[in-house]
Design a protein around this ligand. Structure first.
Ligand code: PHB
Length: 402
C-alpha cells in the first residue's frame, strides 16, 4: 500500500503542507508546531511471524500489543496509531530486507519484533544502523542485550539464557545427575541449552549428550530412539510453537512419558496445551509467566484478552502486552513527539512495568529483570508451582552500556 493510500495524502504533499504549516505557526497563525506533529499518526512497525511454526506466537504478540494500546484509548502520547505489518516467516535470510521495508519505505517511528532469534539479529543490525527505536517482544538472542546492546534497543521478553538457567538447579536439587539435552540448532536453542548447562553443571550435574535438529525440523523419532537407549535421569529441551506440540505428542507416542522425565524452558508447553490433549500432563518447565499467578494485573489482563480475542493468553501475549505498555509510557514522556528519542529512551530505562507476569524493571542492558517460575501442566494450565529464581537479571556479558 502506498503512502497516499495510507495517509490520504502522499509524502511530498505532506512535507509541503508541513512546511506551510510550520511557516504559519512561526507567524503565530497556529497554536504551536506541535499541532502538526500530533496531527499525523504514530507509525508502529510490526515485524513478526504470521506463517510457519511460530505463526501463533506472532499473533499472540500482536494481540497483546494492540490490547495495551487499546487500553490507552488507541493512542500513543495522545496521537492516533497506524500499524504497518510484515510477516517475517521466521526466515533470518529475509530479515534485513523486511526490517528495511518498515524503516525506509514505511518510515515507522518504532519497530516491534520479533519471535525468532536469527531474525531478531537482522533487526538489531538495522536498528543499530538507522537509529530506529526497536522493541523486541520475544526473541531471546543473548547478543541483543549483550555485545550488541544499544540505547535504542529494548526487550520486553527474556534472554535465551534467562528461563533455562534456573532449571539446572531445580534438577540437581532433585538428585538428577545425568541429563540429555535436545534443541533446534540455531541461536535460541544453543543459548537456551547453554543457560541450562551452566546452571546444571554448577550444581554438580553432567550433560551426557547434546542432541540437535535443524530449525524448524520436527523429525524427532531417531532422537527419541537414542534417548530411550541412553536412559538419562531426565531430558531438557528447547522447542516452541508447532514444533513443541509435535515433540510432546511424539514423546508420548514413543512410550517415553512416565519413563524419562521431560523438562524444558516453558516455551515447550506455553500456547500448545490445546493442541496436545493429555500428553503434556505433569510436565514441569521454568518461565517468566504461569497461568495461575495470584497477581491482580494478571487477572484483569486475562479477562480483557479473553474478551477481546476469544482466546486464552500465553507468555507471548504477555510479552506483546508489555511491549505495548513500554511504548505507551515512552510516548507519554514526550507527549507523542517521537523526535525526542533520548527522552523516550530515558523514560523506558526507568520503567517499572506492571506486567501480568509480576512487576519487572529494565536492566542496564535493556532486558527485563524478572522472577522465573517453576510451573507444572495441570489440564490446560501451566500452573504456578514456585519461584525458581527471584528477580533474575541476564548477566549481559559483553554489553558496554550503563
Ligand atoms: C527465539 O528464537 O529466540 C525464540 C523463539 C521462540 C520461543 C522462544 C525463543 O518460544
Amino acid at each position: 500500500m502506498s503512502d497516499k493510500d495510507k495517509m490520504g495524502i502522499d509524502r511530498r504533499e505532506f512535507l509541503l503542507n508541513g512546511a506551510a504549516l510550520a511557516g504559519a505557526t512561526a507567524l503565530g497563525m497556529l497554536p504551536s508546531g506541535l499541532a502538526l506533529a500530533q496531527s499525523a499518526r504514530v507509525r508502529v512497525g510490526l515485524m513478526l511471524p504470521y506463517t510457519g511454526t511460530y505463526a501463533q506466537l506472532g499473533v499472540a504478540i500482536t494481540n497483546g500489543l494492540k490490547l495495551a494500546i487499546q487500553e490507552n484509548g488507541n493512542k500513543l502520547g495522545g496521537r492516533e496509531v497506524e500499524y504497518f505489518t510484515v510477516d517475517d516467516e521466521s526466515d533470518p535470510a529475509k530479515a534485513p530486507e523486511n526490517a528495511n521495508k518498515l524503516v525506509q519505505r514505511d518510515k515507522v517511528d518504532v519497530l516491534v519484533g520479533t519471535v525468532h532469534s536469527g531474525v531478531a539479529m537482522g533487526m538489531v543490525k538495522v536498528a543499530r544502523e538507522s537509529g530506529t527505536l526497536l522493541i523486541i517482544p520475544n526473541a531471546g538472542a543473548d547478543a541483543a542485550t549483550g555485545p550488541l546492546c544499544a540505547p535504542n534497543i529494548f526487550r520486553t521478553s527474556f534472554t535465551n539464557w534467562q528461563p533455562s538457567y534456573p532449571m539446572g538447579k531445580v534438577l540437581a536439587d532433585r538428585g538428577m545427575k545425568n541429563v540429555v539435552t535436545m534443541a533446534w540448532k540455531y541461536g535460541a536453542g544453543e543459548e537456551a541449552i547453554n543457560g541450562f548447562k551452566e546452571g546444571f553443571t554448577k550444581a554438580g550435574g553432567k550433560i551426557v549428550k547434546e542432541l540437535w535438529l535443524p530449525f524448524p525440523n520436527v523429525e524427532f523419532q531417531p532422537l527419541l530412539t537414542e534417548i530411550a537407549s541412553l536412559k538419562p535421569d531426565a531430558v531438557f529441551v528447547f522447542f516452541a510453537g508447532g514444533g513443541a506440540a509435535k515433540l510432546i505428542k511424539d514423546w508420548q507416542a514413543a512410550g517415553l512419558k512416565g519413563k524419562i522425565p521431560l523438562f524444558g524452558s516453558g516455551f515447550l508447553t506455553d500456547g500448545v496445551l490445546d493442541a496436545v490433549g493429555d500428553a503434556a500432563e505433569g510436565m514441569e518447565t521454568t518461565l517468566h509467566y504461569a497461568d495461575s499467578l495470584d497477581i491482580p494485573k494478571d487477572k484483569s489482563f486475562r479477562l480483557a484478552y479473553a474478551k477481546t480475542f476469544k482466546l486464552q493468553p500465553d507468555v507471548y501475549a504477555v510479552q506483546g502486552y508489555d511491549a505495548g505498555q513500554l511504548l505507551v509510557l515512552g510516548a507519554k514522556a514526550v507527549n507523542g513527539d517521537f523526535g525526542k528519542k533520548n527522552e523516550i529512551i530515558a523514560a523506558m530505562e526507568k520503567a517499572v512495568i506492571d506486567s501480568p507476569r509480576g512487576k519487572w524493571t529494565m536492566s542496564k542492558a535493556h532486558n527485563p529483570v524478572q522472577d522465573i517460575y517453576l510451573r507444572k501442566v495441570v489440564g490446560k494450565e501451566n500452573r504456578y508451582v514456585s519461584v525458581a529464581h527471584k528477580a533474575l537479571a541476564d548477566p549481559a556479558r559483553g554489553c558496554k552500556m550503563g
